[in-house]
Design a protein around this ligand. Structure first.
Ligand code: S3P
Length: 427
């Protein structure tokens, strides 16, 4: 898929099930591979990013039978059962693969090299190199804190690490390394990042305690295998929720979507903007809260977004920017400097591309202000190699009379193959 053509279309109506959660898919393969025995993963996300994690563990000798895509069997070989990979591990575009793997690889008895695509090579790794080095890891970056990374595995010691960034990838890398230590490893963060690692490690029998922003884990001899069903990804559902809110006459039901409180910011933001969104059928699946989400067209108004709300919606800002471009008034997003180091610099990407559609945008170091108008013009826009920018711009196009083209959209396959096909089912 090289480009997506969108344009003004009729109302979106119907019921869809968004693809499986990306963050949970990565973790399911990792923890299953490290478990003592056979785990089953149902509803794994078949997208490039989690497939990089799956490929990495296969390279380290883990047998993974995915002949039935709905039910993957992972033959875990225990915390110390991985074998040295024969060659470099390519993490593709996936920051989660690279950062979490560093925590695992630091505790092995072999060396490994992690690399990635041109975009991943520009993403900062000092944030995990620093804490893992304090734990005794030997991680070499010839590019001053950027990939590729050479990890010489060895003995690790527990630490108490006060992270200056609220990041689930940093927290998870430390907790995974903590499994290989004798004693208790503690990590604190300035805000509550997504907690899928904590939930899943607890289910695997790890001795993990959570006290608000502080998480501790005891080193262990082993993890229990499990049978997990992965819920739908709220980050993927977000594109359809916003589409339903901004295209007049729309009404969409999204089934089986993860609504983990650390990820739910997008719902809070859109409701605050006046979006008619309701949840039903709330229940728990494999330790994660899940619901059906109903969204219908609404007149949106601007809002200010900062603090914890930024963290709880960290991956949704491309599509929040689109909602803001339609809403009445000026939406200000601040305290969001992390957006500059995502798959692209999302502050700059969204500002550049929305301006091509005639939207007034002001960029700050740590965010942006967007003046909603509802009078956007058709344009040819770029993805910046960023899946969520590509999909957000495609959704923006739905409200514009005339043809909008989003170029370089292959990146959509990192998280959401079949995005346009699913969108087309709603007409
Ligand atoms: C993720 C954590 C977040 C998020 C990313 C996935 C994860 O990154 O943006 O898409 O699965 O742990 P940070 O930890 O850098 O905030």
């Amino acid at each position: 898929m090289n480009q997506i053509n969108t344009g003004h279309r009729g109302p979106l109506r119907g019921e869809i099930t968004p693809p499986a959660d990306k963050s949970i898919s990565h973790r399911a393969v990792m923890f299953a591979s490290l478990g003592d025995g056979e785990s089953t993963i149902r509803n794994f996300l078949y997208a490039e990013d989690p497939l990089k994690t799956l490929g990495a563990f296969r390279k380290m000798g883990i047998e993974i039978d995915d002949s039935d895509k709905n039910r993957i069997i992972v033959k875990g070989r225990g915390l110390h059962g991985l074998s040295a990979p024969a060659d470099i591990i390519d993490c593709g575009n996936s920051g989660t693969t690279m950062r979490l793997m560093c925590g695992v690889l630091a505790g092995q008895s072999f060396s490994s090299v992690l690399t990635g695509d041109a975009f991943l090579l520009k993403r900062p790794m000092a944030r995990i190199i620093k804490p893992l080095s304090e734990m005794g890891a030997n991680i070499l970056s010839e590019k001053g804190g950027f990939p590729p990374l050479t990890i010489k595995g060895g003995a690790l010691r527990p630490v108490t690490y006060n992270s200056l960034i609220a990041s689930a990838q940093v927290k998870s890398a430390i907790l995974l390394a903590g499994l290989y230590c004798k004693g208790r490893t503690t990590v604190t963060e300035p805000g509550k990042s997504r907690d899928h690692t904590e939930r899943m490690l607890k289910a695997c029998g790890a001795n993990i305690t959570v006290n608000d922003l502080e998480v501790s884990i005891e080193g262990t001899e082993g993890l229990k295998p499990f049978d997990i069903t992965i819920p739908g990804d709220l980050s993927s559902a977000a594109f359809f929720i916003v589409a339903a809110l901004i295209v007049p006459g729309s009404e969409v039901m999204l089934k089986n979507v993860g609504i983990n409180p650390t990820r739910k910011g997008i719902i809070e933001i859109l409701q605050r903007m006046g979006g008619e969104i309701s949840l039903s059928n709330e229940h728990e699946v494999s330790g994660e809260p899940v619901a059906d989400i109903h969204a219908r067209h609404s007149e949106l108004s601007a809002t200010d977004i900062t603090g914890d709300l930024v963290l709880k919606a960290i991956d949704e800002f491309p599509v929040v920017c689109v909602a803001s471009a339609i809403a009445r008034g000026i939406t200000r997003i601040t305290g969001a400097a992390e957006l500059r180091v995502k798959e692209s610099d999302r502050i700059s990407s969204m500002s550049t591309e929305l301006k091509k559609m005639g939207v007034h945008v002001e960029e700050f170091k740590d965010g942006l202000a967007i003046k909603g108008s509802g009078h956007m013009k058709p344009a040819t826009v770029q993805s910046h190699g960023d899946h969520r920018v590509a999909m957000a711009m495609a959704i923006a196009g739905l409200t514009i009379k005339g043809k909008t083209t989003v170029e370089n959209t292959e990146c959509v396959n990192t998280s959401f193959p079949g995005f346009t096909d699913l969108l087309d089912t709603l007409y």
